[in-house]
Design a protein around this ligand. Structure first.
Ligand code: CP
Length: 337
């Protein structure tokens, strides 16, 4: 794909060669993300960061990624702080904000809304999650994490065995990840969810059409016993008709160290797009896993900065210039974790 000036709206835009390109540029961003170097390559550029749903990782890591490339960030969060609450259309919002920005990242509760917005935008738009539809940058950082975790064990993504666990109906991260896995070979996918929250048929069909083996189950423990990656997800309570309905499913697939030791292979990597629901009634990934070296959730979250830096560098066509505008950091940049 041609990255320069392109909207990043769906993971369906990416071929395998594009993923390789994004991952190679993400690797080259490590000295900057780790604060060993700084670059001014996007000095003067402005990111418009528009988040109409709550976010910690996606919003801050998009902003950090842009700052780490030397650019500036302007944000609006929540409809209540936007003129959309006064009846302004997405079209007008896009026309106005794209006049203030060089690239826009957007999260919105309605599926397809980021794509609609991009049609009126004069600058590239990156989808930070649209309803229960897609979260393409999360899928890229998830696959980058899978690739890194497997390569440290001498493995590649082809031949991956993965369990996706939890709310697979509303979880947009697993929808986008399913699309991505179709680009690879010989994948085993175990889908573990309550029947009512099962993976939509279109994604199951897509995986099977790609030649992958797909197992569907409501049982956690037998289905985490033979996988490389156990990818847990949160019950997406904000997409349910009521909180009472979401409560029916909370805590159904808890994973803790005792279950891990009893059922998982010794090197099974635990992933979660986060936030994990740590309330007592849910406790999807118990805090007693926090010292398990195979818990990759914080490495996964950190990889979000690398992937988003790579996308900005590619979309704004500066990937080849990042090092030219680099300096060593003058401040203490040691990190405790
Ligand atoms: N993974 C993810 O999208 O997290 P946030 O909702 O905090 O952005």
């Amino acid at each position: 794909m041609e990255f320069t000036g392109t909207h990043i709206l769906s993971i369906k835009q990416f071929e395998r060669v594009d993923i390789d390109r994004v991952f190679a540029v993400a690797d080259s961003m490590k000295p900057y993300a780790q604060r060993n170097k700084v670059t001014r390559v996007l000095q003067g550029a402005i990111l418009g960061n528009m988040f109409f749903e709550p976010s910690t990782r996606t919003r801050i890591s998009f902003g950090s990624a842009f700052n780490l490339l030397g650019g500036n960030v302007r944000e609006t969060t929540g409809f209540e702080n936007s003129a959309i609450s006064k009846g302004e259309s997405l079209y007008d919002t896009a026309r106005v904000l794209s006049g203030y920005s060089d690239v826009i990242c957007m999260r919105h509760p309605t599926a397809g809304s980021v794509s609609d917005f991009s049609k009126a935008s004069c600058v590239p738009v990156i989808n930070g999650g649209d309803g229960d539809n897609e979260h393409p940058t999360q899928a890229l950082l998830d696959l980058y994490t899978i690739s890194n975790e497997l390569s440290s064990k001498g493995r590649s993504i082809d031949g991956l065995r993965i369990a996706m666990i939890g709310d697979l109906k509303y979880g947009r991260t697993v929808h986008s990840l399913c699309h991505l896995l179709c680009l690879y070979k010989n994948i085993y996918v175990s889908l573990v969810s309550p029947n009512e929250l099962s993976m939509p048929e279109e994604f199951v069909s897509e995986l099977r059409s790609a030649g992958h083996e797909v197992i569907i189950s409501e049982e956690l423990t037998p289905n985490i016993s033979n996988v490389d990656i156990a990818y847990s997800t949160r019950i997406q309570e904000e997409r349910f008709p009521s909180l009472e309905e979401a409560d029916l499913y909370r805590g159904r697939f808890r994973l803790n160290q005792s279950i891990y030791t009893q059922y998982c292979e010794p090197n099974t990597v635990i992933m979660h797009p986060l936030p994990r629901d740590s309330r007592t009634e849910a406790n999807e990934l118990d805090s007693d896993l926090d010292t398990n070296p195979n818990l990759a959730i914080f490495r996964q979250a950190n990889n979000g900065v690398l992937i988003r830096m790579a996308l900005f560098a590619l979309v704004l066509d500066v990937a080849h210039l990042v090092d030219k505008y680099a300096d060593d950091v003058p401040w203490f940049s040691g990190r405790g974790c």
